[in-house]
Design a protein around this ligand. Structure first.
Ligand code: FMN
Length: 612
């Protein structure tokens, strides 16, 4: 290819329906692709601007990121495996494909179209030709906004793009390149809803260029009832910048783009109605974290069936229609405030201390749990001895978790996190001293992981590849802070098993201890770095991350992708905005959780502080 120097930047280019356009983008500049009318797919090609035959290759990118579909924060590489573009922002429903060849004359002939039907391959050639360039080939493009999920049986579904008018995706150029975008002319397969419409391109300066703010969005019609990722923040909120702390940079959990790496850790607040229905006060509580800038909100542990899963009185459930309806109001509030929200689903097993649905508790074996019930969650005294679960009980628990995940999606959650940490049911099966079974769920670790892997794979198969399914794991337990796994080998086996079952991310907790106290395994690697290395999945680290120096060194040292905060978030619902502006953090005062950890007591604690 022959190239001319880069034109000056801040360029708007409209891509008419069924046509293609090419723009030059210098390293560091940003390219925003906007779907002006909604439901329109674009084929995006990028060619190195050095005269070589190097181009963005979707197949090389899939190998580079070990993922079938693009994710915010990840790079696209060339046929020489060099990074060429990075996906930096996505305020569309977060569906883009990397599996489909550009449409061409042969494709339309096979579909019975007229011989002069436009195609993305021809659009690409014509767009390059307008710049005096020719392409070495028709590379496999990135299919922006294209929504073709891979179903459980590996079949592709040719669905319409789910974008709304004004949705956009933004790339950063990692080398000087020429980008071509074709507003796909496909009108015989339903991907553009049968009616191709225009796209728009905007090239803007590199973020550090003080002369011009970047990413000034092309005008956008606000979208309603969004159920997927939103990386944008309401206009009034100060925008966190990664310059002040690495936790403020964007990332992703599978398909879910996060505006920053700060998540609210799951925290039980025992504030739902007696029937487990979440309240309006809970909605305000969760929305405050989103308004405070958290990149992700993970809810409290929520029970999954009307049998043995409930752990505490006033714990929320995700079982009945009333639960789903009430959660839907909360997810809408949190999404509207700019954060995605994931539901932690939880079966308490032997650590249930308040369940109106069934008398007694169940667990893997009839072993009395260590420690005492937790008074801040309404319990007192020793734990009852659970009944050992039958295979019917196990099936009920698995069906409950799967139905809960389906209900969570209906309620508008962007994902679920299965609670396999802190001593609850799935952890009871993982742990040798609570699991004395001699069937396929007990004995060697390969059997003890069977329940959690069964849960993950059932949820994954039922909900398909696009729904986030995280798993929370821990060595310590609410009733045993001293417990540790049998070294790195056991940790690796658990991580691999859970990842192999289809988890989207791992969340490593350290109940009652800070990350730093439990993180280092024999061999010297940290538990979260090991989880990242052996699974390739995004990993959330937890435990004392309100220590911002520790948080920085964790991220800079590659120990985690996201940090979750419990106590720090309770004391500072606006913690990300404080980090961005350099404002000091409020210290955590345990009084906010006393005498019970509910929202009513937190309100009274705040009133007392104001009065003092
Ligand atoms: C009030 C409260 C409730 C909690 N409830 C849950 C829960 O429902 N699920 C869970 O996995 N962890 C729960 N945790 C543990 C936190 O998610 C987190 O692991 C712990 O607070 C350590 O993180 P931190 O140092 O940031 O506070 C809870 C913690 C607190 C303070």
């Amino acid at each position: 290819m022959e190239f001319t120097p880069h034109p000056h930047v801040d360029l708007h280019v409209d891509v008419p329906a069924r046509e293609g356009r090419a723009v030059r983008v210098a390293a560091g500049q940003r390219l925003q692709v906007v779907d002006l009318e909604g439901q329109q797919v674009g084929d995006l090609f990028a060619f190195a601007d050095d005269g070589s035959d190097e181009y963005l290759s979707a197949s090389h990118t899939r190998a580079h990121v070990s993922r079938l579909f693009p994710a915010v924060g990840e790079d696209f590489v060339t046929n020489r495996r060099r990074p060429i573009l990075r996906l930096v922002e996505d305020d569309s429903p977060n569906r883009h494909d990397m599996l489909i060849a550009a449409c061409d004359a042969a494709r339309y002939a096979a579909l019975g179209a007229a011989p002069d039907h436009a195609s993305c391959a021809d659009n690409m050639r014509q767009a390059l030709s307008a710049l005096g360039l020719t392409a070495p080939c028709v590379p496999q493009p990135v299919n922006v906004f294209m929504d073709i999920p891979v179903r459980g049986n590996a079949r592709l579904d040719w669905m319409s793009a789910s974008t709304e008018p004004g949705d956009s995706i933004t790339f950063e150029a990692l080398m000087d390149c020429v980008v071509v975008v074709s507003a796909c002319p496909q009108d015989l397969v339903d991907i553009n809803s049968g009616q191709p419409t225009p796209l728009s391109l905007r090239v803007s300066p590199a973020p550090e260029d003080p002369a011009e703010p970047t990413n000034s969005p092309v005008s956008k019609t606000p979208s309603s009832d969004r159920t997927t990722t939103m990386t944008h923040r309401p206009a009034a909120a100060p925008t966190p910048t990664p310059d002040s702390h690495p936790a403020l940079g964007p990332t992703s959990l599978s398909h879910l783009g996060l505006a920053n790496r700060l998540a609210v850790a799951p925290m039980s607040r025992v504030s739902a109605g007696a029937d487990g229905v979440p309240t309006a006060e809970m909605g305000r509580y969760y929305a405050a974290f989103a308004e405070g800038g958290f990149g992700l909100v993970i809810t409290e542990g929520t029970y999954t069936d009307a049998l043995y899963s409930q752990g505490y009185r006033n714990q929320p459930g995700i079982v009945s229609d009333a639960h789903v309806t009430a959660w839907a109001e909360i997810t809408a509030r949190v999404n509207a405030a700019g954060s995605p929200i994931v539901l932690q689903i939880m079966h308490a097993g032997a650590l249930s201390q308040g369940n109106p649905h069934r008398p007694g508790t169940v667990g893997p074996s009839a072993v009395q749990p260590r420690g005492k019930m937790m008074e801040e969650y309404g319990g007192s005294g020793a734990w009852p001895i659970p009944r050992a679960m039958t295979s019917e009980d196990i099936e009920d628990a698995l069906q409950g978790v799967t139905a809960a995940a389906v209900n969570a999606r209906t309620a508008g959650f962007q994902g679920v996190e299965i609670h396999a940490a802190n001593g609850y049911l799935f952890d009871q099966f993982l742990t040798g001293y609570t699991n004395l079974r001699d069937d396929e769920y007990g004995g060697p670790l390969a059997n003890r992981v069977r329940l959690i892997t069964a849960a993950v794979s059932r949820v994954r198969v039922t909900l398909g590849p696009d729904f986030v399914v995280g798993v929370r794991l821990s060595q310590t337990k609410v009733n045993d802070f001293a417990h540790r796994w049998a070294g790195a080998e056991e940790a690796e086996a658990i991580f691999r098993a859970v990842a192999g079952a289809g988890a989207s991310y791992l969340h490593v907790a350290s109940e009652g201890r800070d990350w730093i106290e439990t993180a280092t395994l024999d061999g010297g690697e940290t538990i979260t770095a090991l989880a990242r290395r052996v699974t390739g999945l995004p990993v959330i680290a937890n435990g004392g991350m309100h220590d911002l120096d520790q948080a920085r060194s964790l991220l800079e040292g590659g120990h985690a992708d996201v940090l979750s905060l419990g106590r720090g978030a309770l004391a500072n619902p606006d913690l990300p905005h404080r980090v961005a502006s350099g404002a000091p953090l409020e210290p955590f005062d345990h009084g906010i959780l006393q005498p019970m950890a509910n929202l009513e007591n937190a309100r009274q604690w705040r009133d007392r502080r104001r009065a003092a």
